[in-house]
Design a protein around this ligand. Sequence first.
Ligand SMILES: [Ca+2]
Length: 181
Amino acid sequence: MKRVMTMKRIHTSSKILSALYVVLLFTISTTTGCSYVSDAIEGVLTKRAGFSIDAYYDGDNVIVSWSESGSGNGFAGYEVYMTEEPDNEFADYIVVGARYGISLDDYFNSDSTLEYSHTLTFEHSSHPTTGVYFYRVGIISWEKIDADGDGEKDDYPPDEPDYYISTTSVSQISGSARVEL
Ligand SMILES: [Ca+2]
């Protein structure tokens, strides 16, 4: 269910669609695999695409690279997404790369270097063996909480996996990059 967390983060950035989120959660929780970011969310992602990325297959890994770097104290890391539906740029996406182990999917690779804003590449080793796939990169930001108990949500949460899942959001999402395997 970890990917639902990712979807939730994407979604909480758009309060307008909060009702839709409930519907999506229901849909996902009633399907096997529990593994897709819905294509409704994908529509939001497409609309908000803020930078471009490149992706290619080097014969071993899929190399995803970008030039847009996250910045500031709120930067929480990069996440890399891939659609499991070949030849459909607008299909559902799953998370395939993150700094913490937020997914149990076979295609997921944890990569601690995604913590750093100066990291601009991701090597996807657990990729599908054949087909055409599309990748995206998200810039993840911390949401502030009231950690010191002064009544103001003006503090960053501890940099730990549980907080990463529960109190971050996608602040920027890239366009997609196509890879043939
Ligand atoms: Ca506070």
